[in-house]
Design a protein around this ligand. Structure first.
Ligand SMILES: Cc1cc2nc3c(=O)[nH]c(=O)nc-3n(C[C@H](O)[C@H](O)[C@H](O)COP(=O)(O)OP(=O)(O)OC[C@H]3O[C@@H](n4cnc5c(N)ncnc54)[C@H](O)[C@@H]3O)c2cc1C
Length: 500
């Protein structure tokens, strides 16, 4: 055996094979693992996760006040009732996920501190070869899999997005991105400016307002918020009636989903009425003299960007009390002591928090290849936002923007398990989405219509994402209400699936 052969033999020895490799142990990867054990018992699988534990988003983000902005009846899985207040802290979500892992014996399938660096498909072997690096020892490890289930989310966990502003380096205080919140950050009695007005800013500001000297939310343009009690009437009523939690979970989910679909319909069909509903709820907290037109009235139709839920109006209460304030202006430059605005005003600060969003990462920063050629997902067309033309035996979980992400985790899992079972029954080893004859003249468009939904991280990264077509099969339509019926009805013998 020559040296090359010896190396190949040695690495072949250390290659582990699984029926399915799942990338990531966030809410999607843990959900995928659960459904595989229940719906495809006997399938060997492993979950590879970069971080030291499960949770994904809810482990990465550690800024004060970190909480969901969806209710946990729908952000929780359909199979495990959520029994607490609907808006949950990251700690509560991690505890819920921990119970799912514990109760279903999923822990033995998860390998932490394994960062997948590449995934290459070979049609000769009908296998994915997945290379990973152990983040503790630096050791390279290799897996092969019949099927690759990408549950690595949509943004880079290692770093958040911070725009470059003029003279940032001159600022003498600390600049912090919420995605890398320093454990030692002392904001007590400090003047804090939070740049941005998305869900992160809206969560963080009330959480630090009481301890800091003052918090200013600096936004270029306003955002819509929803507000209300951190409770769901129907769940409370059913609990008073001592209805079983499994039923409460299901009924509450249906009620929430129905109400959300109604609200979404209203934002498209009666946008002015939807806008009025949202703004009058803000006014109820801030009073008629507050300048809602400048600070809380976006120029866009409601739901073109995610609408964060503010439980019990805590952000508005902070503003009302004078501990927090909103400035709507643009940054000219940073100064030694704060920020100079384009209006000529200055904001003095000890700490500047850049709540300016994420860096989109469609492929978990893995290198992909198919049959020896590098794969760029931007060159593919998506099959219902989960599979890609020309890419065999692979599914990506990309949730909903206007409804809870996890609703799609459960739906996609049902589809994958049905597909794996179908392949087993028919003896197929490979399934590749492909455009059918009738699709060949179809217009190819960006992943999402910016008129429909256009947050900054999507707009910055659209060129990295697969294309969409103008038929339901070839797009991620963001409509749970439709997909909950469409997904179970997907015909696995449709010509969009090429089996070999
Ligand atoms: C602060 C914040 C609040 C949010 N609130 C809500 C909400 O209330 N409701 C809602 O629906 N959505 C919310 N979202 C969106 C949220 O990201 C998703 O809902 C959901 O948590 C995504 O789950 P996921 O498992 O798909 O991905 P993630 O949570 O991103 O987890 C992906 C996991 O994959 C791992 N990973 C990535 N690349 C690799 C690799 N190469 N190798 C191995 N492992 C890898 C990561 O380390 C991570 O643990 C929020 C997002 C943020 C940032």
């Amino acid at each position: 055996m020559n040296v090359q052969q010896q190396i190949r033999a040695a690495s072949a020895d250390s290659t582990e094979h699984f029926g399915v490799v799942i990338a990531g142990a966030g809410i999607s990867g843990v959900g995928a693992a659960y459904h595989l054990t229940k719906q495809c018992p006997g399938t060997s699988f492993v979950v590879l996760e970069t971080q030291a534990s499960f949770g994904g988003t809810w482990r990465t983000h550690r800024y004060p006040g970190i909480r969901s902005d969806s209710d946990l009846h729908t952000f929780g899985y359909r199979f495990k009732p959520w029994t607490s207040a609907p808006i949950a802290t990251a700690a509560e979500i991690l505890s819920y996920m921990g119970e799912v892992i514990e109760e279903n014996g999923l822990g033995r399938h998860i390998r932490y501190r394994h960062r997948i660096s590449s995934a290459r498909w070979s049609s000769e072997e009908n296998l994915w070869t997945i290379e990973a690096v152990r983040t503790d020892s630096g050791e390279a490890v290799r897996f092969t899999a019949n099927f690759f289930w990408m549950c690595q989310g949509y943004y880079r966990h290692a770093e958040g997005y911070t725009p470059e502003w003029k003279a940032m380096e001159t600022f003498k205080g600390r600049i912090v991105h919420p995605q890398q919140w320093p454990e030692d950050l002392d904001y007590k009695d400090k003047r804090v400016v939070v740049i941005g007005s998305g869900a992160t800013a809206a969560t963080l500001i009330p959480a630090i307002a009481n301890d800091s000297a003052h918090v200013t939310m600096l936004q270029r343009s306003p955002t819509y918020f929803r507000t209300g009690r951190n409770a769901i009437d129907i769940a409370e009523t059913l609990r008073t009636l001592q209805v079983d939690e499994t039923w409460i979970h299901e009924i509450t989910r249906r009620k929430i989903l129905y109400d959300q679909a109604e609200f979404t319909r209203k934002t498209f069909e009666e946008p002015e009425a939807a806008k009025k509903d949202l703004l009058s709820a803000v006014e109820a907290y801030l009073g008629p003299d507050y300048d809602i037109a400048t600070h809380f009235t976006p120029k866009y139709r409601p739901w073109r960007q995610r609408i964060a839920f503010i439980p019990d109006g805590d952000l508005f209460q902070g503003i009302k009390s004078g501990k927090a304030s909103v400035v709507t202006d643009e940054i000219d430059r940073f100064t030694e002591t704060g920020i100079l605005l384009k209006s000529g005003k200055t904001l003095e600060a000890d700490i500047i928090v850049t709540a300016t969003g994420f860096n989109l990462s469609a492929n978990g920063d893995m290198e992909f290849g198919v049959d020896g050629k590098p794969l760029d997902f931007a060159d593919t067309v998506t099959y219902r936002g989960m599979m890609f033309t020309g890419v065999p035996n692979l599914v990506w979980v990309f949730g909903y923007f206007r409804a809870s992400w996890t609703l799609r985790v459960d739906l996609v899992a049902d589809f994958v398990c049905r597909l794996l079972d179908h392949m087993k029954q028919t003896g197929a080893r490979k399934v590749t989405p492909a455009m059918r004859a009738e699709d060949h003249n179809m217009a190819l468009l960006p992943w999402i219509d910016p008129e429909n939904f256009n947050p900054g991280y999507m707009m910055r990264g659209m060129h990295l994402l697969p294309k969409r077509g103008d038929k339901p099969e070839w797009q991620h339509n963001q409509d749970y209400w439709a997909e909950k019926d469409e997904f179970p009805a997907i015909d696995l013998n449709d010509r969009a699936f090429v089996y070999e």
